[in-house]
Design a binder for this molecule. Structure first.
Ligand code: ADE
Ligand code: ZN
Length: 331
């Protein structure tokens, strides 16, 4: 079998990689009771109506993550799957507030994730960055406290901040001061916008938060001027096709706007978001697009090249990966 196309994954929530089998194993290890009979039963609950219906289950299952070992096992399991799907570099989100609110200290989360990420280059051939996300449906004060609590890890383990969770009703501008502070601290900036929320949220993420990348951004297509701006400044969009279908932002993969986005000259990348919940990891998203939208091999190569261009890697690291993408031969 041909090895998968080399790629970077830039939109991946580590908590969204919790497979049902691991959830049950961790529940047993930590004597946590899950309100589902088995891993198969749990999988049957993965029929979502929208972002919120997914988030309800996503936050519920986090109850099994308690110790540093749990977080290390979670991240290591993702990295192993990602490596098998051609991922060479992963910029990984985590949701600190979802853990501290349950009484799991930030130190514990970061000790576990840090251990797995540190071992990743040698163990799985994957370099990583860690992006700390704020839950946008919680207050700006809570986000600011979280930012300050994480300061000891800035520039070592934590490279960037992001914004996720329930989008509609929680515009980026709510977090202006938090992003100002993160920028002053030298962190890189990204935010989810235009997944369920309107194009105005993408404008705000760019102009108020001054982010370098937009996570999702598919609703940008509704605003011609916004598309012009994103094309002009080559702002990367981390698009997640299988996620968009499962959360009913897009009806079917065959209708996904990604081919139109590429054609418009947008710097689009393909990512898995919460692969355990949405039916596929990075290469599964590439293969789904190829099968359902008819993207050509050269378009897939361009998407893989975009993933490294849009990453936080140094120019030398990026160029080494781009060479590998250019010389890749499709089977
Ligand atoms: N948290 C995890 N996955 C998410 C998504 N797709 N959108 C917003 N918040 C999330
Ligand atoms: Zn996401």
């Amino acid at each position: 079998m041909t090895a998968p196309l080399p790629k970077a994954e830039l939109h991946l929530h580590i908590e969204g990689t919790l497979e049902p089998e691991l959830a049950f194993a961790l529940a047993e290890r930590n004597a946590v009771t899950l309100p589902h009979a088995s891993a198969e039963e749990l999988r049957k609950a993965y029929a979502f109506e929208d972002l919120q219906s997914f988030l309800n289950l996503y936050y519920e299952l986090m109850s099994v993550l308690r110790t540093a070992e749990d977080f290390a096992d979670l991240a290591d399991a993702y990295l192993e799957r990602a490596a098998a799907q051609g991922v060479r570099h992963a910029e990984i989100f985590f949701d600190p507030q979802a853990h501290t609110a349950r009484g799991v200290p930030l130190e514990t989360v970061l000790a576990g994730l840090g251990r797995a990420l540190e071992a990743a280059p040698e163990r799985h051939g994957i370099s990583t960055r860690l992006i700390m996300c704020f839950l946008r449906d919680q207050s700006a004060e809570s986000a600011m406290e979280t930012l300050e609590a994480a300061r000891p890890w800035f520039g070592s383990l934590i490279t960037a901040v992001g914004l996720d969770s329930a989008e509609v009703g929680h515009p980026p501008s709510k977090f202006r001061e938090v992003y100002d502070r993160a920028r002053e601290a030298g962190l890189r900036l990204v935010a989810h916008a235009g997944e369920e929320g309107p194009p105005e949220y993408v404008w705000e993420a760019l102009d108020v938060l001054k982010v370098e990348r937009i996570d999702h951004g598919i609703r940008s297509l509704e605003d011609e001027r916004l598309v012009e701006r994103l094309v002009r400044d080559q702002i990367p969009l981390t698009v997640c096709p299988l996620s968009n279908v499962r959360l009913r932002c897009v009806d079917r993969l065959a209708d996904h706007p990604l081919p139109r986005m590429l054609e418009a000259g947008l710097l689009v990348t393909v990512n898995s978001d919460d692969p355990s919940y949405f039916g596929g990891y990075a290469e599964d998203n590439f293969q789904g697009l190829r099968a359902e939208t008819g993207l050509t091999d050269e378009q897939l190569r361009r998407l893989a090249a975009n993933s490294f261009r849009a990453s936080f890697l140094s120019p030398a690291e990026r160029d080494a990966h781009l060479k590998e993408v250019e010389s890749y031969r499709f089977g």
